[in-house]
Design a protein around this ligand. Structure first.
Ligand code: SF4
Length: 287
């Protein structure tokens, strides 16, 4: 039986004291152990950012891509090896600035990956610039007179695009986060888990206390997770309280490969199928 020790890396985290990344790092490892996975049973994908500095702090199969490109990286791995659980870990800056189109099309396609989205409303690694989730009017290092662009609501965007699993979590509730990550892994299709986290170094407008005073678990209200309209309204920024937990889960959803009727008789993995074909001739045609 795998243990937390199996995922321990000799490399020590360099995150600022109080950073929410510590909680997400802990929750991912706990969720994997509780699912019975060892380090070789899962693929963890990262791009660039404070969050992605987690890549060498976990002993597992880890892939690191360019900024904002973790979703195509994870999707490709999942398509090639459909039996491998694939988790993409990314931040609000990279995902909703550079990588927005990947977010849109991965949801439309319903690739079977879990996206754990660190949302701290800033670019931390590059010293506190605004991201699309920074509130309007907020002064940041890139916007000393305040953000003028309207604020993106990624939860509502995911719901609008037809995401089959949408959840919200908070780094102050690691038990709930572990449970949501496990639910996301078990879901067949694209699972979006947005984690509200504090960045104590560059975000003084929505700190840990501010978030903690507002969050509640939708389970306490017997929320119907198949009710899309209700999920949209719970995710609205105008709400006084912040709903966490599974906001929406599509009944009877099918992930991308299971939507392809012509592949329904294929039992194997694409990574093994391609070995039957020689690409030598094709490669030569480009020389
Ligand atoms: Fe965490 Fe912010 Fe420090 Fe980055 S800058 S490690 S997000 S507290």
């Amino acid at each position: 039986m795998p243990t937390i020790q199996d995922f321990q890396s000799p490399i020590t985290p360099t995150w600022c004291p109080g950073c929410g990344d510590f909680a997400i790092w802990t929750a991912i490892k706990q969720a994997l152990v509780q699912e019975g996975f060892g380090p070789m049973d899962v693929a963890l994908c990262f791009d660039i950012g404070c969050n992605s500095n987690m890549a060498d702090k976990i002993n597992a199969y880890v892939f690191k891509g360019l900024h904002g490109r973790v979703i195509p990286l994870a999707s490709g791995i999942s398509l090639a090896n459909k039996n491998l659980p694939v988790i993409a870990i990314a931040g609000d800056g990279g995902t909703f600035d550079e990588g927005m189109h990947h977010f849109i099309h991965a949801i439309r396609s319903d690739y079977n990956i879990t996206l754990i989205l660190h949302n701290n409303c800033d670019f931390g690694l590059t010293t506190g610039q605004a991201t699309p989730t920074t509130p309007i009017g907020q002064k940041m290092n890139s916007t000393p007179f305040g953000v003028v662009e309207s604020r993106l609501n990624p939860t509502q965007l995911a719901l609008t695009l037809g995401a089959s699993f949408v959840a919200k979590a908070f780094t102050g509730n690691v038990t709930q986060l572990i449970s949501l990550i496990r639910d996301g892994i078990q879901h067949k299709g694209f699972s979006y888990i947005e984690v509200l986290q504090h960045c104590p170094t560059y975000n003084n407008f929505q700190d840990h206390k501010w978030i903690a005073e507002r969050v509640y678990d939708v389970k306490t209200n017997n929320h119907d997770t198949s009710d899309l309209q209700k999920a949209m309204s719970l995710a609205d920024y105008s709400q006084e309280k912040i709903a966490t937990g599974i906001l929406f889960k599509a009944p009877n959803s099918k992930d991308y490969l299971n939507k392809l009727d012509y592949r329904k008789d294929y039992k194997g993995n694409l990574k093994d199928e391609v070995k039957k074909y020689s690409i030598k001739e094709l490669a030569h045609s480009f020389t």
